[in-house]
Design a protein around this ligand. Sequence first.
Ligand SMILES: *[C@@H]1O[C@H](CO)[C@@H](O)[C@H](O)[C@H]1NC(C)=O
Ligand SMILES: [Fe+2]
Length: 218
Amino acid sequence: MRSILLSSIFLLIFSGSCLAILDAFTDGLDLGGYSLPRSVNNYELHDSCLIELRKQMNLEKHASLVYKQMAFHFGSVKMARPGFSKIFEHHSTEEHEHSNKFIKYIDLRGATIGSFNITMPHKTSWSKALEAVEDAIELEHLVTNEIIRIHRIAEKTCKDVHLMNFLENDFIEEQISSINKLMKLATLLRSVGCNDGGYGEYLIDRDFFNGKLSLDEL
Ligand SMILES: *[C@@H]1O[C@H](CO)[C@@H](O)[C@H](O)[C@H]1NC(C)=O
Ligand SMILES: [Fe+2]
């Protein structure tokens, strides 16, 4: 009986102090109206980072369209290179997925994507596969540099660890490896004498088409 009394007194005191702690935590934070001072709110994207993420969403979609243009060109009557067409189609799908990842991330952080503003591809024709692969390398360099620039803004201006982590895990690793594969493909094309298209390019194209050669194996 006495111990029951003691423990009820203890419970009373304990729950009282819990309430006091809760009070201290909620003090100054208007949880009813869901408004937190900016300095406490690490969920909301900083404006500078939101602008950059929207730009990147558009740039990835631009890259997807450039690869689509290449895929069409190499698959066309003019070129008849179904293997390279397949490779560029694959890249186009990947870039489309990258753009979607940025869209999902912007939503995850409670922001909106605004309206799309995608720069259209300006080039529609490549005289040989090597020329397109070199353009692809240049494009991937641009995309990688942009992601690294956003990472720096996320660190210095937005102080946003979650965004930095997202860029590192989902993009930087893949960009580096994708540039490496394209550079190896360019070397391969140069070494078999594909500077003017021709038979070497035809053989590589056939291997890509048959699945005997894949970018991942380079
Ligand atoms: C669209 O993008 C271009 C290039 O990034 C930029 O110069 C222009 O201001 C953008 N337009 C809008 C409406 O955001
Ligand atoms: Fe990408």
